[in-house]
Design a protein around this ligand. Sequence first.
Ligand SMILES: NC(=O)c1ccc[n+]([C@@H]2O[C@H](COP(=O)([O-])OP(=O)(O)OC[C@H]3O[C@@H](n4cnc5c(N)ncnc54)[C@H](O)[C@@H]3O)[C@@H](O)[C@H]2O)c1
Length: 297
Amino acid sequence: MKDINGATAFITGGASGIGLATARALAAKGARLILADIDKACVEAAAADLRQGGAEAIGIELNVAEEGQWARAAEAASGFGEVRILFSNAGVGGGSGKFETYDTDVWRWAYAVNAHAHLYACRTFLGAMKAIGRPCHLAITSSMVGIVPPPISVAYISSKFATLGIAMGLRNELADTNVGISVLCPGMSATNIVATTQKLRPGAGEQDAAAATAGAMSKVLAAGMSPVKIGQRVVRAIEREEFYIFTHPEWKRLAEPQIAEMLAAFGESADPDYAGDDIDSLVAANGAKRMNVSVAG
Ligand SMILES: NC(=O)c1ccc[n+]([C@@H]2O[C@H](COP(=O)([O-])OP(=O)(O)OC[C@H]3O[C@@H](n4cnc5c(N)ncnc54)[C@H](O)[C@@H]3O)[C@@H](O)[C@H]2O)c1
């Protein structure tokens, strides 16, 4: 999508960190911004700051995990401009600890925010974006831990794998449409994610190992990449129609052995007499023409 100038972008988690930085980078290209965030005061302040800098921007309160609240997002957008860039980015983290003791409410909440919300975002805007006919773009935030899982929270890793799967599946569905798609997989970035998570998580605060690891992560992330650079990289990916947005190449040395291990696991068939799956039929049975796995653009 080359003509960002004048396009309206809807950004979840737009009050802080990577969402806000991407909003700023889009504003620098002349985009109009709708920032959506659960933190009303912060999102309104962020939008006011963008307007101060000369951008057209509004901030709306939205809990992305509550499907019923998305009608408000649609309403705000209809009064502002047709959305051509959708950045489904809001997310929460959390400390690690033994998986078998993980709190069920926190598990459901993490999935609702990090994974389920992408459906609500797409239900609200994707159909209209397709109908526009002009180039549009959907970007979704996963994480480098959704590619290579380090020993951190299983809830976070698995919800980010779900997001990667959503983006990869949608990539097939959006092939041959006017809507490009990217999945953002950052490594560590100096944002507010640890504090935001502690503020928003349901139930009592994190205990024991989870509290200790969250505290340690706070220090590690503080030394991470500036979200400003990540936001600028997201905008480049939108312009170039890149699917994978990998901002931290130092993780490649972890991805290589993991992928090599997976490839090596393709050994003999469990049934040497079986002719092998007919992938073309699988694709055709789902009404698709082809797998969309090549590098876009
Ligand atoms: N910071 C990192 O190191 C890092 C690395 C990889 C991926 N990410 C991902 O980047 C995305 C942005 O996070 P960030 O690091 O900029 O953190 P951040 O906390 O600075 O920003 C996230 C924003 O999302 C908002 N938010 C949280 N829950 C919400 C909800 N239910 N509804 C609406 N808004 C909600 C928060 O209020 C906050 O403003 C997340 O998806 C995160 O998982 C972050």
